[in-house]
Design a protein around this ligand. Structure first.
Ligand code: RAM
Length: 908
C-alpha cells in the first residue's frame, strides 16, 4: 500500500526543539517530529521506518538524505549531512512508514545563523559623559534615590538600499536589553531580549527576518537600550548598577541584505550610528521604569528624522567571541489579564486587582492627560490589613513605574522591566476605570504541553497555581521568584520542579539554554554553583541538592525528550561535579565542599541531618552520571562502569553509616526516608522497612508533611510507589497547615515559598524571605499527572515509549480526573471516572508507544473495552491482577497505540 491513507501523520516538526528557528548555531541540529494516527488507522498502527531529507534553499549546495531507516522508535535524528552553511535556510521533510507501507509526510525548515567570524560590527553605546544621572525621586517612589540609573539610550542609523532586497536578516544583541525598530516598525515580538546569560561567557543574539520592513531608498535602523541584567540591579542586596558585568548598556547589530541580482550589503553597528537619550529616564528590572512622554522625539525611528544634533555613538570593543545564537525562545507577552476590581483608596489613588499573581506589567491608558502629570504605578503580590499594597516582602525591589504625561492620550506600558504582582496601586489619576488597565503576562515562550483537571475544585485550583508559578518564574532563566530583589536561577528550585515543568510546558529549548548557564557557572575544579547564571557574591559553591541539578536536570530532560544531546553536552560537566565531590570526600560521606548547605530547605520541625542529605545526593548523582555514560555508550563505556561502581560504593556507605537494621535512617525525618527510597540507596529488606517508617511518620504528623524543598517533590511518588497512595490523597486534600491546599484558604493564586507565608495567628511571615510566587513546593504537580490522573512512563522508558496508565482514584463520589500531554512521541490522554456503575478509563496511546493500563477492580470478566469484553478487544491483552500494599486491586492490560475505552462494571 502506498499513499497517506490509514497511516501516520508526522506533526510538530522541531529543529533543536523549536519550530522553524531562525539563526540556529549548532552544526548538528536535532530534527524531531511527533506522530498522530489517521482517523481510520487501526489500533497498533506504528511507525516502522523514517526518512529525513534536508535541502538548502540555494540548490547549489548539497543536502542530506538519511534514506529509509528502519527504526520503529525514532522520534528524531541528529543532522549528519554535509557541513551546514551559515545564514542559509534549509527545508526538511520527514516521511514515516508503517509496517504495511502506509506513508505520512510533513515538512518544515530551519535557518542557520552567522558564523562566528562573520561579525563585522562593533559594540556601540551612548556617550555617557554627556548624560546626567536621573533626577531624584518624587512622590510614591521608594528607594529610587540610591539608584544612580541612567536614561535609556536611543541609537539610529540611516542607510540606503539600492532596491528592495529579496531577503533581509538582522542579527542583534545587547549587553543590556534592546528593542529594535526598522523604519518605525517594531522588529519581532521578543521582550527583555537578548535574555540573561553569564555575559562574561556568552551573550545570545537573536535573528530576525526583516525582509518585509526594508524598502528601496532610505531606511533607518533604530534601537532603544536599557540596563537589564547587564548593568541594572540584579539579585539580592543588589549592588549598584555595573557591579556584575558592565556599567552601561551596549549594542551590536548586523543587517544582511540580499538583492535579486546576487549582490548583497551588510550594515553593522559602528561610528556612523547616532545616539541620544530618549523618553525613558531609567528602566531597571527590579526598580521599575520611568517614562517622560514630554521627551519623546517624534519620528526618531523613521527615515528622514533630523539627527544632526545627535552625537555619534561611542564605539567600544569588537569582541564578538562571546556572541552565540539564541537556543531558546524569548520572553513574550503571552497573555493579558483584565482588572477584576478597581478600588479608590484616596484622592487620585486606586488599587487594581488583577485576580491573579503573575509576572509582567501594567498597560495603562490615560485619557486627556495634563502635560507634566505624574502617574505612579506600584506593584505588590498582596494587600495589607488596610487595603493598601503589602510591599515589605519585595525587600529593595522598588517595582515602581512612573509616567510623566504629555498632552495627548497615552497608552503606557513599560518596556524594560517586569514585576511579580497581583495588585497595582495607581497614583495621580482622579478616576480609573477597569478598562484603562490591563495586566500583561510575560514569560519565556514555552508552549503549553499538558492539561489536567479533576473533580475536586481545590486540587484543580492547586494545579492552576502551579501553572502560574511556572509562568511567572520562567523568565529567560528559571527564577526562584519574580517579585523581590532576588529572581535568581537557583539550581535546586529548578531541579525539584523540573518534572512538573516538563508536564506543564515544552521546556526543552528553555532548559537547553539554562544548561549552558549551569555549565558556564561550573568552577574549574568541577564545582557547580547554587545559582546560574552565576553571580559573584551569591553563595558560589554548590550545596548538596543544588549543585546536583547539573546532573539531575540533563538526565531528566533526556528521559522526557529523548534527545541524547542533553547528556552528551553535559556528561563532562556531570563527571567533573561527581569527581569534585568525591575528591573532597574520599570516605564517601559528603561533608566537605558543601557550600552553604541548605539541606532540606524550609522543612518543618526536626531537620534532616546534613550528611544524610548530602550523601544521598552524592550517590544519586554518581548513579545518573553512570546511566548517562551508558546511554552514550562507545568510548563512554569506561565511565559508565566507573561511576556505577562509585554509586554502589556510596550507597553501601550510606546504608552502613546512616541506616539501622530496622530500616531507620539517621535523623528519622520524612526527607531522610524520601531521599533513601527515591534514590534507591537501600537494600530491598531495609527499603521496605524504611518505607513503613516513612508512612508511620506521615501518619503521625496528621497525616501531614514536614518536607522542605528537597523532600517535597519526592513524597507523593515515593509513598505511592510503596503502595500508600491513600496517604498521598490525605496529604493532598489536607487544608490545614502545612499543606498544599492551606494557601488556598488565604486566596493564593500561586505557590508560596513557605508553608506558612501567612497564618491566621501571626499574619505574614518575616518579610525578609516570604515570596508568594515560588514554584518549588509546587513540585507535587508531577504526581497530579502521573499519579492522580495516571499518565506516566515506565521507569526505564525514554520519550514516553512505554506508558504506565494507573490512575489513583480517591474516595468520594463521583470522582474523576483527566490529563493530556503532548509528549515527544505524540499526544497521550487519560481520563477516568469512578461512580456507582463502576470505573471508566479512556486512554490514548500515541503511535509507536505501548501502555500498561491499570483498571480498578479484580474481575476481568466484568471489564469491557469499547464494544467488546476486554479480553476479546483488538490490541488489548490481559496481563493479570495486581494488589497494592494497602489491598487495592487493579486489572492490568497491555495495549498498543490507539484510543481505548475501558469500563469495569461494579460487581458485588
Ligand atoms: C532562597 C531562594 C531559593 C532557595 C535559596 C536557598 O533565597 O529563594 O528559593 O533555593 O534561598
Amino acid at each position: 500500500m502506498n499513499g497517506t491513507a490509514t497511516g501516520l501523520r508526522p506533526y510538530a516538526l522541531r529543529c533543536d526543539h523549536r519550530t522553524t528557528p531562525l539563526g540556529i548555531g549548532g552544526r548538528t541540529p536535532f530534527l524531531s517530529w511527533r506522530l498522530a494516527a489517521d482517523d481510520d488507522a487501526p489500533r497498533g498502527t506504528a511507525p516502522a521506518a523514517y526518512r529525513v531529507e534536508v535541502t538548502p534553499d540555494d540548490d547549489a549546495h548539497a543536502g542530506w538524505d538519511t534514506g529509509r531507516v528502519e527504526d520503529p522508535e525514532a522520534i528524531g535524528v541528529v543532522y549528519a549531512g554535509p557541513a551546514l552553511r551559515p545564514h542559509t535556510r534549509y527545508h526538511w521533510h520527514v516521511t514515516v512508514w508503517t509496517a504495511d507501507g502506509a506513508e505520512g509526510r510533513e515538512r518544515s525548515w530551519f535557518e542557520t545563523g552567522l558564523d562566528a567570524g562573520e561579525w563585522r560590527a562593533s559594540w556601540i553605546a551612548n556617550d555617557w559623559t554627556a548624560v546626567e544621572v536621573v533626577d531624584p525621586p518624587e512622590e510614591g517612589e521608594r528607594a529610587l534615590d540610591a539608584h544612580g540609573l541612567l536614561p535609556c539610550p536611543l541609537l539610529r542609523r540611516e542607510f540606503s538600499a539600492s532596491t528592495t532586497p529579496v531577503r533581509a536578516r538582522l542579527y542583534v544583541s545587547a549587553r543590556g536589553l534592546y528593542e529594535m525598530r526598522v523604519n518605525g516598525r517594531r522588529v519581532g515580538d521578543g521582550e527583555l531580549t537578548p535574555g540573561w546569560t553569564d555575559y562574561r561567557h556568552r551573550v545570545q543574539y537573536q535573528t530576525y527576518d526583516v525582509t518585509a520592513l526594508v524598502r528601496a531608498g532610505g531606511n533607518v535602523l533604530a534601537a532603544t537600550l536599557a540596563d537589564g541584567w547587564w548593568s541594572g540591579y540584579v539579585g539580592f542586596e543588589p549592588r549598584r548598577p555595573g557591579a556584575h558585568y558592565g556599567g552601561f548598556p551596549q549594542f551590536i547589530a548586523q543587517l544582511h541584505l540580499d538583492y535579486a541580482d546576487g549582490s548583497s550589503q551588510v550594515i553593522g553597528t559602528d561610528e556612523r550610528w547616532r545616539t541620544s537619550d530618549g523618553p525613558i529616564r531609567y528602566a531597571d528590572l527590579l526598580m521599575g521604569e520611568c517614562h517622560d512622554a514630554r521627551r519623546a522625539a517624534g519620528g526618531w525611528d523613521e527615515p528622514g528624522f533630523d539627527d544632526r544634533d545627535w552625537p555619534a555613538a561611542r564605539v567600544g570593543d569588537t569582541d564578538t567571541a562571546t556572541l552565540v545564537p539564541s537556543v531558546d525562545e524569548p520572553v513574550r507577552a503571552l497573555a493579558e489579564l483584565s482588572a477584576v476590581a478597581v478600588t479608590r483608596i484616596g484622592p487620585e489613588r486606586h488599587i487594581v486587582d488583577f485576580g491573579q499573581n503573575f509576572a509582567g506589567r501594567v498597560r495603562l491608558t490615560v485619557r486627556a492627560p495634563r502635560r507634566g502629570q505624574r502617574i505612579v504605578i506600584r506593584h505588590a503580590e498582596t494587600l495589607d490589613d488596610d487595603g493598601g499594597l503589602y510591599t515589605a516582602n519585595l525587600r529593595t525591589a522598588a517595582a515602581t513605574d512612573t509616567l510623566i504625561t504629555d498632552a495627548d492620550t497615552v497608552v503606557f506600558e513599560p518596556r524594560f522591566t517586569y514585576h511579580g504582582f497581583r495588585y497595582a496601586e495607581v497614583t495621580g489619576l482622579a478616576e480609573l476605570h477597569p478598562g484603562d488597565v490591563t495586566g500583561v503576562v510575560l514569560h519565556s515562550d514555552t508552549p503549553r504541553a499538558g492539561t489536567f483537571d479533576c473533580a475536586d475544585p481545590a486540587i484543580r485550583r492547586l494545579h492552576e497555581n502551579i501553572t502560574w508559578g511556572q509562568r511567572s518564574n520562567f523568565v529567560s532563566v528559571p527564577t526562584d521568584c519574580p517579585q523581590r530583589d532576588e529572581r535568581l536561577g537557583w539550581l535546586a528550585d529548578a531541579q525539584v520542579f523540573l518534572p512538573t515543568a516538563c508536564l506543564g510546558a515544552d521546556v526543552a529549548a528553555f532548559f537547553t539554554k539554562w544548561m549552558h548557564d549551569v555549565r558556564d557557572a561550573q568552577g574549574p575544579d568541577g564545582g557547580f554553583s547554587n545559582v546560574a547564571p552565576r553571580l559573584a557574591g551569591v553563595a558560589d559553591e554548590g550545596a548538596p541538592g543544588w549543585g546536583d541539578a547539573g546532573v539531575l536536570v540533563p538526565w531528566h530532560l533526556y528521559r522526557v525528550y529523548g534527545d541524547e544531546r542533553f547528556l552528551a553536552d553535559s556528561l563532562d560537566a556531570m563527571c567533573a561535579w561527581v569527581d569534585f565531590v568525591h575528591r573532597h570526600n574520599p570516605d564517601l560521606v559528603w561533608r566537605h565542599k558543601v557550600g552553604p548547605h541548605f539541606a532540606d530547605w524550609l522543612s518543618i520541625g526536626r531537620p534532616t541531618p546534613r550528611e544524610v542529605v548530602a550523601t544521598a545526593y552524592f550517590a544519586h548523582s554518581a548513579e545518573l552520571t553512570a546511566r548517562a555514560a551508558r546511554v552514550l555508550g562507545g568510548d563512554q563505556a569506561d565511565r559508565a562502569e566507573r561511576y556505577a561502581a562509585l554509586a554502589r560504593d556510596v550507597r553501601a556507605v550510606f546504608t552502613a553509616r546512616f541506616a539501622g537494621p530496622d530500616g531507620r535512617i539517621e535523623g528519622d525525618t520524612q526527607t531522610a526516608y524520601l531521599l533513601a527510597l527515591a534514590f534507591d540507596l537501600l537494600p530491598d529488606d531495609l527499603a521496605s522497612r524504611a518505607a513503613r517508617r516513612l508512612a508511620a511518620l506521615v501518619e503521625e504528623a496528621g497525616p501531614g508533611l514536614t518536607t522542605g524543598f528537597l523532600g517535597v517533590g519526592l513524597i507523593a511518588p515515593v509513598l505511592d510507589r510503596w503502595g500508600r497512595a491513600d496517604l498521598v490523597h490525605a496529604l493532598l486534600r489536607r487544608t490545614h497547615r502545612p499543606s498544599w491546599l492551606y494557601p488556598l484558604r488565604h486566596g493564593a493564586t500561586t505557590i508560596w515559598e513557605r508553608w506558612d507565608g501567612y497564618t491566621e495567628e501571626h499574619g505574614f511571615q518575616a518579610p525578609a524571605m516570604n515570596s508568594f510566587n515560588h514554584y518549588a513546593l509546587g513540585s507535587i504537580g508531577e504526581w497530579l499527572y502521573q499519579g492522580l490522573a495516571g499518565l506516566d512512563q515506565a521507569p526505564g522508558s525514554v520519550a514516553y515509549r512505554e506508558l504506565v496508565v494507573r490512575p489513583r482514584p480517591f474516595d468520594g463520589e463521583p470522582c474523576w480526573a483527566e490529563a493530556a500531554y503532548d509528549s515527544a512521541r505524540g499526544r497521550i490522554a487519560v481520563r477516568w471516572r469512578q461512580d456507582d456503575d463502576g470505573f471508566r478509563l479512556d486512554v490514548t496511546v500515541p503511535p509507536g508507544a505501548t501502555a500498561t493500563v491499570h483498571v480498578a477492580g479484580d474481575d476481568h470478566a466484568a471489564v469491557r473495552e469499547g464494544e467488546h469484553p476486554a479480553g476479546e478487544s483488538p490490541g488489548v491483552e490481559f496481563v493479570g491482577i495486581e494488589t497494592a500494599a494497602t489491598g487495592g486491586k487493579t486489572l492490568v492490560y497491555r495495549v498498543e497505540s490507539g484510543d481505548y475505552r475501558f469500563f469495569a462494571r461494579r460487581t458485588g
